[in-house]
Write a protein that binds this ligand. Structure first.
Ligand code: FAD
Length: 305
């Protein structure tokens, strides 16, 4: 069975805690959606979310605009996913510029909507903006507060190639351990394009005593020119094999999309084959990308024809 159905706020939802989804033993495949920057684009984003939800993913994550700029829209899209489309929603939440009272208010609003999963993040200061110093320095501080608020399954982010601000991967792993001890029940990785990087990272964190399940984050690249900039910012390495694809096809959008989805599919198949039970696809509000991935790996994750 793909989902456990429960009754929530008098609406039928398929909501589950992400920790339960991961430990169910069924391979999980989830997708990400980001809310619009302006209300006017909300209908388009909800339509994209509806189409992705129709693919019955294990859950869908909804990002949070830098510095909490789209908090209300994150809530609205997560509500649509959870209660409108019947798919478990994972609401992202950042804390860098937030006061504790704002965080509590947002948690109460999520609880009110029956959303049970939160990804606790620090966030980045938007380029050119003066950082407002709030009550939080690190994602682990936020995770601790969400856990003590109660009722949520809390996750965090992790970085197989090290967070770009970290002086060393060793320090980054030590900080990840603090996040695990703060109560994170799962970690989702930054995108990576070489699975060996994830396997090495898992070895290191397990050796450091971090037992929290890790969800592998995969980005099917459909826009070649964007990816070089994103990778430079996030410190993600582009393997030579992937660079060849981008160099060759980035000027032809259809060819780039086909090659990017094929590359991501190959990564995902290898991850499941090597016992990684949970894959999260950075689907960038593109239902056609999510559909292609489901088509390519449906049998592998045991979906009926
Ligand atoms: P932290 O865990 O706080 O880590 C940030 C840095 O501080 C790291 O270098 C870490 O090693 C260090 N550190 C952590 N704890 C300590 C400590 N106790 N003492 C000293 N140093 C410490 N951004 C958004 O704005 N909205 C989103 O929705 C969003 N979703 C994301 C989802 C995923 C899966 C990922 C990987 C990233 C996401 N981001 C998002 C980006 C993220 O906010 C940035 O990468 C940010 O730079 C770090 O956030 P973090 O939660 O990992 O922070």
């Amino acid at each position: 069975m793909w989902y456990r159905v429960k009754c929530n706020h008098e609406r039928q939802t398929n909501s589950m805690k992400i920790s339960e989804i991961i430990s169910s033993g069924v391979p999980s495949l989830s997708f990400e959606i980001f809310p619009p920057k302006v209300d006017t684009a909300l209908a388009d984003v909800k339509e994209a979310a509806r189409k992705i939800a129709a693919l019955s993913p294990s859950f869908m994550s909804v990002t949070y605009g830098a510095g909490g700029t789209t908090a209300g829209l994150t809530l609205e899209v997560a509500d649509a996913v959870e209660n409108g489309f019947g798919v478990t929603a994972l609401a992202h939440m950042t804390c860098l510029s937030s006061d504790k009272s704002v965080i509590k208010e947002h948690l109460s609003a999520l609880r009110e909507k029956g959303i049970e999963n939160v990804l606790a993040l620090r966030g980045d200061v938007p380029a050119g903006a003066e950082p407002h110093r709030g009550d939080y320095a690190h994602a682990s501080d936020l995770a601790r507060d969400i856990v003590s608020f109660g009722g949520f399954c809390v996750g965090g982010a992790c970085y197989p190639e090290g967070h770009p601000e970290s002086p060393s991967q060793k320090e980054d792993v030590e900080n990840l351990k603090i996040k695990a001890e703060a109560g994170c029940e799962f970690f989702t990785t930054q995108m990576f394009f070489d699975n060996n990087i994830l396997y090495n990272f898992l070895y290191k964190i397990r050796e450091a005593g971090i037992k929290v399940p890790v969800i592998a984050g995969i980005m099917p690249v459909t826009n070649g020119s964007q990816i070089k900039r994103i990778c430079a910012l996030s410190g993600t390495a582009l393997p030579q094999r992937f660079k060849q694809i981008v160099d060759r096809y980035s000027s032809d959008p259809r060819a780039m999309a086909q090659a990017g989805i094929a590359y991501a599919t190959e990564q995902i198949v290898d991850l499941y084959a090597n016992g990684i039970g949970a894959v999260h696809v950075y689907s960038m509000n593109k239902p056609e990308v999510a559909e292609a991935i489901v088509r390519n790996v449906g049998a592998i994750i045991g979906r009926p024809e």
